[in-house]
Design a protein around this ligand. Structure first.
Ligand SMILES: [Zn+2]
Ligand SMILES: [Zn+2]
Length: 239
């Protein structure tokens, strides 16, 4: 049994992994080849599955001519646009998994910097998707916050790390219909900041159904946000 109090185990493990990571030479996360100062070698980086270039501007699902998709027309989400780097597909799923479950925290820095390339730095505030406190204790860190921190640093924008909170855990969404998903997350988030007139960049690692970011966007707009851009490393697509 560990001599550490239960609540400390995850943060200490997290710190130990960070130290070990800092000492490792630059081997590619995916193939083990030479990555220099980067996480991936140039070949693996070039082969990451790009998000569709022609897509719904609001939710990033592919559409024929870049028009809004049927789902967004039928029931417009509370966020105004989505910026997604890659499809949530092999090997991006492995990279995100390594960040979340193997505590490879440097991945968050790389994802955050990659997201920053696709945003402009005009007068925006970054807000990470919150984790439920129980999940945070278990994992030791919030991957969305670590990604947002790197994006904010790169763009020299403020990040509000504590203004949005998850008040209750939400059951998995995979098996639910879109209306059930929205009900599932309804009231799950609370905001304690005045965001009047602000353009908010809501940051997460993966956007799956869009129900959680949609509910956060609803809460942020209730608190005055003028415009909301969802920025994610990966988008799970229906097609
Ligand atoms: Zn490689
Ligand atoms: Zn859409």
């Amino acid at each position: 049994m560990s001599i550490l109090p239960q609540g400390l185990i995850a943060p200490v493990t997290h710190l130990a992994r960070q130290c070990r990571e800092a000492l490792l030479p630059g081997t590619c996360l995916l193939c083990g080849g030479d990555a220099g100062k980067h996480l991936l070698c140039p070949d693996c980086h070039a082969e990451l599955p790009a998000a569709p270039a022609i897509h719904c501007p609001q939710c990033a699902e592919p559409t024929t001519h870049g028009e809004r998709c049927g789902a967004c027309l039928k029931e417009p989400p509370y966020f105004d646009r989505t910026v997604a780097l890659w499809r949530y597909d092999f090997p991006v799923d492995r990279i995100i998994h390594a960040l979340k479950y193997q505590h490879r925290i440097s991945i968050a820095g790389w994802l955050g910097q990659s997201i920053a390339v696709h945003l402009n730095a005009d007068d925006q505030w970054l807000i990470p998707m919150p984790l439920h406190p129980a999940r945070l204790r278990e994992r030791g860190f919030n991957q969305a916050l670590e990604i947002a921190r790197a994006t904010a640093r790169q763009l020299q924008l403020p990040m509000l790390g504590n203004c949005l909170a998850r008040q209750r855990p939400t059951p998995p969404q995979a098996e639910l219909t879109p209306p059930e998903r929205r009900r599932n997350v309804r009231g799950a988030f609370a905001c304690n900041a005045d965001l009047s007139g602000r353009h908010i960049i809501l940051v997460d690692d993966v956007m799956t159904t869009g129900a959680s970011v949609g509910e956060c966007a609803r809460v942020l707009k209730l608190h005055g946000a003028r415009e909301i851009t969802v920025a994610v490393a990966a988008r799970a697509l229906k097609h």
